[in-house]
Design a protein around this ligand. Structure first.
Ligand code: SF4
Length: 325
């Protein structure tokens, strides 16, 4: 462990230079009790569906020094992913290159530039990322969906964390008290699908993003997001047939309804990051084109994209349901 204190101002300035829109620092302490209890209950209820990785490493997720021994500081970073134009059948976050790769590269650059010791995580380790984003003052917790909304950018942000072994000269404070549920967006469908402390009205079917035929998304419960009923989970993470009663809205990969329903979505504006913009070929795809998508086309269209997580078979399964086949 380094004995020198991290200079928080310099780290933040360098993060902004690299294209992050916000950077905050939090002390690496165990996750506060109400948040930890809520996470345990979420698991007990089976709301993580068959994302077994959520059940593994629970203690690590709640106690950062079990994940990275000697960690003292968690640097939280946010990148704006809002594309300038988008393919309407694909969730907004997955229009361009895979954010894991883009974020990780920038985080490595930040560590090198600032000579930071520790590890970088982007949605790939047991980290309660929205908790740390809230704790480090990155943004506020949205009432609908429990997203982290960064002032001036809204909820269309990717989150990443550096677990560092040095202490910092200054730590940030949360921008608000958690008026709603503690955020729990630690799974890979997070930033796209989230947790809410109470049922929140969502747009009616016919408003352009409808999928459920009523005003409440059945996946949002008082105990958080039930992934088993969430379109994002089913169309991205789930392998095997889709539930019979799952009806897709405008997207066949992911779902942006609760993201768009948050008032802070009005703050979202196009990112300056070219990697998050869709290709012209993706933009040109029309509903009729999707059904005939060959595996070769799929590989070309989604080279380096997070959409590949669903695999070709999963994507075609989604497309067929989306087109009512
Ligand atoms: S189904 Fe859509 S609206 Fe409902 S929680 Fe999942 S992402 Fe949000």
């Amino acid at each position: 462990m380094s004995s020198a204190l991290l200079n928080s101002k310099d780290i933040k300035a360098q993060a902004l230079r690299l294209g992050f829109v916000r950077c905050g620092l939090a002390k690496a302490e165990p996750v506060a009790q109400p948040f930890a209890a809520r996470f345990r209950r979420w698991l007990e209820l089976g709301f993580c569906a068959d994302m077994d990785y959520m059940r593994r490493g629970v203690e690590m997720r709640l106690q950062p020094d079990l994940l990275v021994p000697g960690v003292r500081t968690i640097v939280c970073l946010a990148m704006n992913f809002m594309p300038a134009r988008h393919q309407p059948a694909i969730s907004l976050y997955a229009q361009g290159q895979d954010y894991h790769d883009v974020m990780r590269q920038k985080m490595r650059q930040l560590m090198e530039a600032m000579q930071l010791e520790g590890r970088a995580f982007v949605d790939t380790a047991p980290v309660l990322e929205r908790y740390w984003a809230w704790k480090s003052g990155l943004g506020t917790i949205t009432p609908k969906g429990g997203f982290i909304s960064v002032p001036g950018y809204g909820p269309t942000v990717f989150l990443g964390e550096l677990f560092l072994t040095a202490e910092a000269d200054l730590y940030d404070s949360p921008l608000e008290s958690p008026l709603f549920a503690p955020p729990l967006g630690e799974c890979s469908i997070a930033a796209k699908a989230s947790l809410s402390s109470k049922n929140e009205a969502l747009p009616q079917r016919g408003s352009g993003e409808g999928a459920f035929g009523d005003t409440i998304c059945p996946a949002l419960t008082s105990d958080g997001l039930d992934a088993r009923r969430c379109i994002s989970y089913q169309t991205i993470e789930h392998r095997g047939p889709l539930p019979e009663d799952l009806r897709l809205g405008t997207t066949f990969y992911g779902c942006d309804r609760c993201l768009r329903a948050t008032p802070q979505f009005a703050e979202a504006h196009p990112t300056s990051e070219p990697a998050f913009q869709p290709s012209e070929a993706l933009l040109q795809m029309k509903p009729a084109d999707w059904l005939g998508l060959t595996e070769e086309q799929y590989r070309r269209l989604f080279k380096g994209s997070a959409v590949k997580r669903a695999k070709y078979e999963g994507l075609m399964r989604n497309i067929k349901r989306w087109l009512g086949q």
